[in-house]
Design a protein around this ligand. Structure first.
Ligand code: FAD
Ligand code: DHB
Length: 394
């Protein structure tokens, strides 16, 4: 079995793992990335699309934002629709110029894989039997199989960037981890449609039939979401049914509606809030979805993952030059503060904008009162705006 050495063993080539590898590379720190899916699968996976200002700034500073600046769509506001009316929240005006950029997560991943391959540093796709070992020693190990061969990599640090269903978090003894979670009684049916966006900005809508979201990926591709049952089969949704529901839930009294077109891709995502504390066990550090999940309504998942790896790269760099443990020690507490802020915001956006069967008539009126207050108060809009565009990475 080949036994090699690296400074950081990274499990998972999603946005967190790839960005961490790149930030470490920029500081001259070596890493090995292992990913159990194929390169094509990772690039084709359609997921999030809203980048916070901090994520755009980080990608720009890391030199991986050329295509993002060319093809990404900067939005200075979002729409909120309820009661048949559309209201604008002027994100940039309310936050001294901060904004969001629409750029698909799969494009981010594609750019980061290209950047990784250019560095010549190792990234192994389609690995299996990944395991992390000796985590409480100064030489933790990553073991995996690739192309039928067993590998062992001795590391200084292991980064668990392997998402919610990965193996890193579950390698931590249950006695060392406290888990907080909440499931929601609904999911999202997400579709990608070949139809030009009819609004320049996103529209989040609460309708009697449930939540709907209008987003986009390019001047010819719309991305849309519908509240559905969490266990719904996407195949039960014909194109006609999807468009009837989207049109009913999104159309507003000013005559606005999404343009209809062929559906290119569809899938159902469950909704969950989840936090594992602390984000560290010995020399294993969790980042991104491996440590926390937010319901997608606040568009925070990908951005939290980026904030984690920014902080982790800084801490590892400090440790590698000074052998001081302070920054590594502070990683979890600093990340949890940001995580809980995003948890609160995502839970709030989700509760305000979804219909739940357990809600009664009082809850529905309260929800409408909340929306009415939001769009009528500069203070309430500012609170949404500063959380939505995201606080600067720290
Ligand atoms: P991931 O992107 O999950 O990456 C983890 C990587 O680790 C994956 O490539 C996985 O294949 C790999 N891996 C797993 N196990 C192993 C193993 N044992 N060995 C090696 N590799 C492993 N957020 C939003 O804000 N808006 C959305 O609309 C939205 N939609 C989503 C839809 C879906 C179906 C999912 C699952 C998530 C969605 N999210 C959304 C959340 C957002 O995509 C995530 O927060 C983001 O992907 C987190 O990045 P990550 O790198 O931490 O994890
Ligand atoms: C998108 C996803 C989100 O979760 C969200 O809140 C807004 C937009 C998107 O995929 O475009």
């Amino acid at each position: 079995m080949p036994v090699t050495r690296t400074q950081v063993g990274i499990v998972g080539a999603g946005p967190a793992g790839l960005m961490l590898g790149h930030l470490l590379h920029l500081r001259g720190i070596d890493s090995v990335i292992v990913e159990n899916r194929s390169r094509e699968h990772v690039i084709d996976r359609v997921r999030a699309g809203v980048l916070e200002q901090g994520t755009v700034d980080l990608m720009t500073a890391a030199g991986v934002a050329q295509r993002l600046h060319r093809e990404g769509m900067r939005h200075g506001g979002i729409g909120i629709a309820f009661g048949g009316n559309r209201h604008r929240i002027a994100l940039a005006e309310l936050t001294a110029g901060r904004a969001i950029t629409i750029y698909g997560q799969n494009e981010v991943v594609k750019d980061l894989i290209d950047a990784r391959l250019e560095t010549g540093r190792p990234v192994y796709f389609e690995v299996d039997r990944v395991g992390v070992h000796d985590l409480t020693t100064a030489q933790p190990k990553l073991r995996f199989h690739h192309g039928g061969d067993a590998h062992e990599v001795t590391c200084d640090v292991v980064a668990g960037c392997d998402g919610f269903h990965g193996i890193c978090r579950t390698a931590i003894p249950a006695t060392h981890l406290r888990v907080y979670e909440r499931d929601y009684p609904f999911g999202w049916l997400g579709v990608l449609a070949s139809a030009p966006p009819t609004s320049d900005e996103l529209v989040y809508s609460l309708h009697d039939r449930g939540f709907a979201l209008f987003s986009m990926r390019s001047p010819s591709i719309t991305r849309l979401y519908l509240q559905c049952a969490p266990d719904e089969n996407a195949e039960d949704w014909s194109d006609d049914r999807i468009w009837a529901e989207l049109t009913a839930r999104l159309s507003t009294s000013d005559g606005w509606a999404p343009a209809v077109g062929p559906i290119l891709q569809k899938g159902v995502t469950g909704m969950r809030s989840f936090v594992a504390e602390p984000m560290r066990y010995g020399r294993l550090f969790l980042a991104g979805d491996a440590a926390h999940i937010v319901p997608p309504t606040g568009a925070k998942g990908l951005n939290l993952a980026m904030a984690d790896v920014y902080r982790l790269a800084e801490a590892i760099a400090e440790h590698s030059t000074s052998v001081r443990e302070d920054a590594l020690d502070a990683y979890s507490d600093r990340g949890l503060r940001r995580t809980w802020r995003a948890q609160r915001f995502s839970w709030w956006m989700t509760s305000m904008l979804h219909r739940s069967e357990s809600d009664n008539a009082f809850d529905r009126r309260r929800q409408l009162a909340e929306l009415d207050y939001l769009v009528g108060s500069r203070a309430a809009m500012t609170s949404l705006a500063e959380n939505y565009v995201g606080v600067p990475f720290d």
